[in-house]
Design a protein around this ligand. Structure first.
Ligand code: PEP
Ligand code: MG
Length: 813
C-alpha cells in the first residue's frame, strides 16, 4: 500500500488531520513528522527521514506538507535518503487537510502512488464547487483588484513589509504588479520582489489571487492599502530625508527643537561624552574562497546563521515600540526568493557564504535599477541583512568599532564592545540596549561613557553631528545649542576634578567614617583590565569573568593557555587576590565550539554552573588550571548562577578532583555567586560548603523582577526594594563574607546602602574604583543603617533613589 507522510509545523495539527483522515479511511498507512516536540512549532528533516522509512513498504510514499519550511525540510529530507527510497517518494503540493483525506481514501483502496497524489491535489475541488467562488476577472482566472499607493514614500520598507506579512498570512497565492509602470507580476509574499515594483505614491498596484480564498484575500489587501498599509500618521510625517527605514524625531535636530533639546535615555556607563557622531562602517565581511562541503552541510549553515540573526534582531528590538520598522529585516531572513536562490546556488556546488552573498547581491542589484532614490536605498536593507548573516555564518563578530567621537548604534554585543578603543571612542549612544547587558559592562570597564535606550530616532543622526551625553543621568542631546554644550562641558570638568581627587588616594583602603573597612575590588575580563585595576587602586579582583577567554574563538583554550592568562592577571594585580569565576556561558554568551541545544528561554536554561556541570570536560580542565595557579598566588574560585546546594556539592567534588590532579593549593578560597532568588533565600544552606558569597546584582535583579537584563523596555533597577531585601537576607544569614560584584556596586548612590546591608566588598569596573572608595569614605553607618531598613520597605526603586540623596547618608566630609 502507498504510505503517506504528514509534515507539519505542529504535532497537534498533524495528529488532528490524521485522526480526521483515519475516520474516512481506516487502514491507511500514515506517518507523522511534525513539530520539534509536543508543543514547539517547527520541522525537522531527520524526523521526516524516519517517517519516510517507516511509511515505505515498497509501493511508494506520498508526502503532504503544510507550508514554508515544511516544504524546505521535506526537500532536504529527500537528499538524506538513499536513491532507492527517493525514487519511490513524491512530494505532493496538495492542501494538507483536504489532500490528506483524499490521499488516505485513495491509498486505502490500493491505488498507486501517482493516483494517490493526483487525488490529493484535487482534494479542493469538492469545496470549490460547493462554495461557488465569486466571478473573477477574465485575465487572471482569479480574484483581482487595483489599489492606489498613498504612502508618501510609496511602498518603502515598512508598508511593503506590512503587505508581505498580510499576504503570507492569507496564503492565497497573492501576486502584485505595478500597473502604472507596467512591471511584471511578482509574488506578494516576497519582500525583495515587492520592493522591486518601485511603487511610488500615486502608483496603481494590481493585486490578484487564486484559489478558494482568493476574493477574501484580495479584499483584505485592498483594505490594508486603504489604511496606507498601517503606516500611522506620525511616522508618515517623520520620515527622514536622510533615508533609512527608521522614523526620525525631528525634535532631535537643531532648528526643530522646542526646548534645550536635551533628551533622556538610561545611564549605562558613568562619564560625560562630547564629540561628533559616527556609526560603524558597513564593510561586508570577507568571504573566504572555500569549496562546498556538500549540499546538506552548506544548507544547514545557512539555516543556522539565519536563525542566529533572527534571534539577534528579535533580541535587539524586543519590547521596542518601534519593533515593526524592522519587520523588513526579519522578512528578508524568511524571503522565499532569496532563500530559494541561495539553495539553488548551493545545489549548484557553491559553499554557503558564497551562495548567500551572491543571491543577496543579485537581489540588492535589482533595487539599483529603481528610479526612486528612496526605494533604491532599500537595497541597503538587503546588504545589511546579508552582512549580518555572513558574519553569523563565518563566526565574525560585528563590524569593527573604530571611529572617533560618539558611537551611535542600535545595540552593542559584548564582542563589539570589546573592540572599543577608549582613546578614540568618547562615548556611546545606543537606541536600545540595557545598563546591565554585557556590552554595557564592557563599556564601563573601558571607562567609556554610555547612554542606552535613547530611542530609534538617534539612528538617523547625521554623521559628524555633535552629540553630548551624560552616562550617569542618561541625558543626551544632538547638535545642542551652545548653552547646552557648555553645561555638559562644565559637568565633564566637575567630574574630572572629582575623579582626580579620588585618584590621589585610590591606593589607600576605603574605610567608612565610623571605621568599617570595605574592600573595593575590580571586575576584570582580561590582562589589560587587570592592569587598569591595579592602576586604579583596586584592593583585589573581585570578579574575573573567565568566559572572555573562551568566547569568540573556534576551540576551547587549553589548560596551559588558561594557566598562563590567569597567572598574568594575578601578576598584573601585583599579587593581590584574584577571584576567578568559572565559565559563565549560556544566556547572551554563546560558545561557538560547544554549541548548546536551542532553548526556549536561554536565560532560564542551561547557564552558568548548570552548563559547566552539563559539560564536565571543559569544567574539569578549567578547575585544574585554577587549582594550579592557586598554588602560586592568592586565588579564589567562584561558581556562577548557583540555585541549589546540590550544584555546589557537585562542583566542589569536581574541584577536589582537580586539586588531586594539580596538587594542594593552600590559599584557595571557594565561593558562589548569589544571582538567583532561590540562592539568596537559602544562603545559610550553602555556608558549610563555601568561604564567601558574591552577589551578582545584574542577574539577581533580572531573576527577581522577571525582567530580562538586555530588554530595554523593562529597565529593571537593582535598587528595587525586592532586590534589596534579598541582599539584606544574604547579609544577615550567609555566615561568610558578602561581596557585591554586580553593576549596582559601582552606583555611588547605592554604596552606603549596600554597606549598611552587610556587604564588605564591592567589585566594580576598574575606572570606578577611586570614586567608589570615596563613596565608602563618606558613609556613616549609624545613618546608613536605618536608611537601608527604610529603603527595603519603600514602594519601588525610584522611591529608594529619592531617599538616597547624598545628604541623607554621607558624613559630609
Ligand atoms: C551579575 O550577574 O551581577 C554578574 C556580576 O555576572 P555577569 O554580569 O557576568 O552575569
Ligand atoms: Mg551574572
Amino acid at each position: 500500500m502507498v504510505g503517506l507522510v504528514v509534515v507539519s509545523h505542529s504535532r497537534a495539527l498533524a495528529r488532528a488531520a490524521v485522526t480526521l483522515a483515519a475516520e474516512m479511511a481506516a487502514g491507511a498507512r500514515i506517518e507523522i513528522a511534525a513539530g520539534l516536540d509536543e508543543t514547539t512549532l517547527g520541522t525537522d528533516a531527520t524526523a521526516i527521514v524516519d517517517a519516510l522509512v517507516a511509511a515505505d513498504d515498497g509501493d511508494g510514499v506520498v508526502v503532504l506538507m503544510d507550508l514554508g519550511s515544511a516544504v524546505l525540510s521535506a526537500e532536504l529530507a529527500l537528499e538524506l535518503i538513499d536513491d532507492d527510497l527517493r525514487s519511490r517518494v513524491l512530494l505532493c503540493p496538495a492542501p494538507l487537510v483536504e489532500g490528506l483525506v483524499a490521499a488516505a481514501v485513495t491509498a486505502a483502496s490500493g491505488a498507486g502512488r501517482d493516483e494517490v497524489a493526483r487525488e490529493a491535489t484535487e482534494g479542493l475541488l469538492g469545496k470549490l464547487s460547493q462554495l461557488s467562488p465569486a466571478p473573477v476577472p477574465e485575465d487572471s482566472g482569479a480574484a483581482m483588484a487595483t489599489v492606489t499607493v498613498e504612502n508618501p514614500h510609496g511602498l518603502h520598507a515598512r508598508p511593503a513589509a506590512r503587505l508581505v506579512t498580510e499576504a503570507r498570512r492569507l496564503d492565497a497565492g497573492l501576486e502584485v504588479r505595478n500597473r502604472t509602470t507596467g512591471s511584471p507580476w511578482v509574488p506578494a509574499t516576497s519582500l525583495s520582489r515587492v520592493a522591486t515594483l518601485g511603487a511610488l505614491r500615486g502608483h496603481e498596484i494590481d493585486v490578484r489571487a487564486s484559489g478558494p480564498g482568493a476574493r477574501a484575500a484580495v479584499d483584505e489587501i485592498v483594505a490594508v492599502a486603504a489604511r496606507r498599509f498601517d503606516e500611522t500618521p506620525p511616522e508618515l510625517d517623520k520620515i527622514s530625508e536622510w533615508g533609512g527605514s527608521v522614523p526620525v524625531d525631528l525634535d532631535l535636530i537643531e532648528g526643530n527643537t522646542t526646548d534645550t533639546g536635551v533628551r533622556r535615555g538610561q545611564g549605562a556607563s558613568a562619564g560625560i561624552g562630547i564629540g561628533p557622531a559616527w556609526r560603524r562602517s558597513n564593510t561586508p565581511p570577507p568571504v573566504p574562497d572555500v569549496p562546498s562541503r556538500g549540499t546538506e552541510v552548506e544548507w544547514r549553515r545557512v539555516e543556522d546563521a539565519v536563525a542566529a540573526v533572527r534571534l539577534e534582531i528579535d533580541k535587539i528590538w524586543a519590547g521596542s515600540q518601534e519593533a515593526g520598522i524592522f519587520d523588513a529585516h526579519l522578512l528578508l531572513l524568511d524571503d522565499a526568493e532569496l532563500l530559494g536562490e541561495v539553495r539553488q546556488r548551493i545545489e549548484d556546488g557553491q559553499a554557503a557564504p558564497q551562495a548567500f552573498q551572491g543571491a543577496a547581491a543579485r537581489i540588492a542589484a535589482e533595487f539599483d535599477t529603481l528610479e526612486d532614490p528612496y526605494l533604491r536605498g532599500r537595497g541597503d536593507d538587503v546588504h545589511a541583512v546579508s552582512d549580518q548573516v555572513l558574519r553569523a555564518m563565518l563566526g565574525i563578530s560585528g563590524a569593527a568599532a573604530t571611529g572617533d567621537g560618539i558611537l551611535v548604534a542600535a545595540d552593542l554585543t559584548p564582542a563589539e564592545a570589546a573592540t572599543l578603543d577608549p582613546e578614540r571612542v568618547l562615548g556611546v549612544l545606543l537606541a536600545f540596549g540595557s545598563p546591565t547587558s554585557h556590552g554595557a559592562i564592557l563599556a564601563r570597564t573601558r571607562g567609556i561613557p554610555m547612554v542606552v535606550g535613547a530611542g530609534p530616532a538617534v539612528l538617523s543622526v547625521p554623521h559628524g553631528a555633535t552629540v553630548v551625553l551624560d552616562g550617569t543621568t542618561g541625558e543626551f542631546a544632538i547638535a545642542p545649542p551652545e548653552s547646552v554644550a557648555a553645561a555638559f562641558r562644565d559637568r565633564a570638568a566637575e567630574r574630572s576634578t572629582r575623579t582626580n581627587r579620588a585618584a590621589t588616594r585610590a591606593g589607600q583602603p576605603a574605610v567608612t567614617a565610623d571605621g568599617v573597612t570595605v574592600l573595593v575590588a575590580a571586575n576584570v575580563g582580561s590582562v589589560a583590565d587587570a592592569r587598569a585595576a591595579a592602576a586604579h587602586g583596586a584592593d583585589l579582583a573581585g570578579l574575573v569573568r573567565t568566559e572572555f577567554l573562551f568566547l569568540d574563538r573556534d576551540a576551547a583554550p587549553s589548560i596551559d593557555e588558561q594557566i598562563a592568562v590567569y597567572r598574568e592577571i594575578g601578576e598584573a594585580l601585583g599579587g593581590r587576590r584574584i577571584t576567578l569565576r568559572t565559565l559563565d556561558v549560556g544566556g547572551d554568551k554563546p560558545l561557538r565550539y560547544a554549541p548548546a541545544p536551542a532553548e526556549r528561554n536561554p536565560f532560564l536554561g542551561v547557564r552558568g554552573i548548570r552548563r559547566s556541570l552539563a559539560y564536565p570536560g571543559l569544567f574539569a580542565d578549567q578547575l585544574v588550571a585554577i587549582a594550579r595557579v592557586a598554588r602560586d598566588m592568592p586565588v579564589s574560585v567562584m561558581f556562577p548562577m548557583v540555585s541549589t546546594v546540590a550544584e555546589v556539592i557537585a562542583a566542589r567534588r569536581m574541584l577536589d578532583e582537580a586539586i588531586g590532579r594539580a596538587g594542594h593549593a593552600e590559599g584557595l578560597r571557594v565561593g558562589i555567586m548569589i544571582e538567583v532568588p532561590a540562592a539568596a533565600l537559602r544562603s545559610a544552606a550553602f555556608t558549610p560548603y563555601i568561604d564567601f558569597v558574591s552577589v551578582g546584582t545584574n542577574d539577581l535583579t533580572q531573576y527577581t523582577l522577571a525582567a530580562e537584563r538586555g530588554n530595554a523596555a523593562l529597565s529593571a533597577d537593582g535598587l528595587d526594594p525586592a532586590v534589596l531585601r534579598l541582599i539584606q537576607l544574604v547579609g544577615t544569614q550567609a555566615g561568610v563574607p558578602v561581596a557585591v560584584c554586580g553593576e549596582l556596586a559601582a552606583d555611588e548612590a547605592a554604596v552606603p546602602l549596600l554597606t549598611a546591608l552587610g556587604v564588605r566588598e564591592l567589585s566594580v569596573a576598574p575606572p570606578a574604583v577611586p570614586l567608589v572608595k570615596e563613596a565608602v569614605r563618606g558613609i556613616r553607618l549609624e545613618l546608613a543603617g536605618p536608611l537601608a531598613e527604610q529603603a527595603c520597605g519603600l514602594a519601588d526603586a525610584n522611591a529608594v533613589r529619592a531617599l538616597l540623596k547624598p545628604g541623607n547618608v554621607h558624613s559630609g566630609r
